[in-house]
Design a protein around this ligand. Sequence first.
Ligand code: ADP
Length: 396
Amino acid sequence: MRVLVVNPGSATLKCGLYQVSGPSVTALWTGVVDRVGTDTAVFRWQSGATSGQTEVIAGDVSAALHQVLDSPGLTDGPDAAGCRVVHGGERFTAPILVDAGVVEAIRALGVLAPLHNPVSADVLQTIQDRLPDRPIVAVFDTAFHRTLPPVARAYALPYTLMEQHGLWRYGFHGIAHRNVMEQLRAHRQACPARLITCHLGNGASVCAQRDGRSVETSMGLTPMEGLMMGTRSGDVDPGLVLHLQRAVGMSSAEVETLLNRESGLRGVSGVSNDLRDLERAAGAGDVRAELAMQMFAYRAAKAIAAHTVALGGVDAITFSGGIGENSATMRARVGELLAFLGVELDAGRNQQDDGARVRRISTDASHVEVYVVRVDENAQVAQETVRLLASSTAEV
Ligand code: ADP
């Protein structure tokens, strides 16, 4: 089956056309539009050995999608479409076949994910308009964490208030955490019983998995909780938010911008949210860039260590995401901080990237296996789309 995958961000759009045959997923075509909503939005695509790039004028992500879908072969090619949706709330705990009611429910969940869900709802509507006779499946980033036990899912707030407003720790990056686990399971021919997946990109989160099921994760009601990220602060004292409003005089919108877009690696370094820029700056003696990287590693290691509580130890740790997959230095920093858990990285294996999707970077003697896994969220969405369609056909 050929599946069109659409992965919308707040200012980016990633798409792909995938051939799914059993467990194998092959990319036939992939495309990305960056900096949507600016004068410099660019659409880059690749199909086999052929690639191209064009400027696009798109005010928002669904306008960009309309233009992407004009690419030859994209609208008559797919048998189905799958779309990544960030927040499924309490209602969507598994992939679902999209109809008008589902689109509106996803839009309504914009209360919990204002930057993402309204965009997803618009994108789903665009796909419906352009592929009216094809099944469309929504795959949720929160769904993998539906197995969090109550002790991990609740905040220490009045329980009735949490029930009334759905104030739970939903967790995010579930498509990525699940894809990493499934790739590792295929590679080792067994899933580690106690696995911690560490996804380090612009957004970053950690997930504790017992036998491949999420039992704890670092993000919560929103994707702002947990690790230090590219531009997000991660954990702060909730009292700090009140202080910024009361004593510093910031509005709630200003605090949101500060914590979401001006903090993290960017805020501490004052240089950039891109780790490559920080590595260069620190190499040239920039003290804040070095501090930002130390904090990033320290907070990631602290979160990994905390997640061992959920599992009673750890058998394997994975690194994924732009930083986790590409920065041997950051992996080494995190690994060193976790030596007390029996983590021992092999310096050579950590440095050498042979291009494999899954590669072990711990020594043979390490008590904990450590891997780098090239995550593929789009392939996961394609796979889950086909699984849902196969099961719903079987039920009919
Ligand atoms: P997103 O969460 O937006 O999908 P990515 O997973 O693409 O983000 O990760 C982006 C991060 O990965 C940036 O901080 C970038 O600096 C970092 N990154 C990408 N390639 C490298 C590299 N070769 N070395 C170090 N960091 C890298």
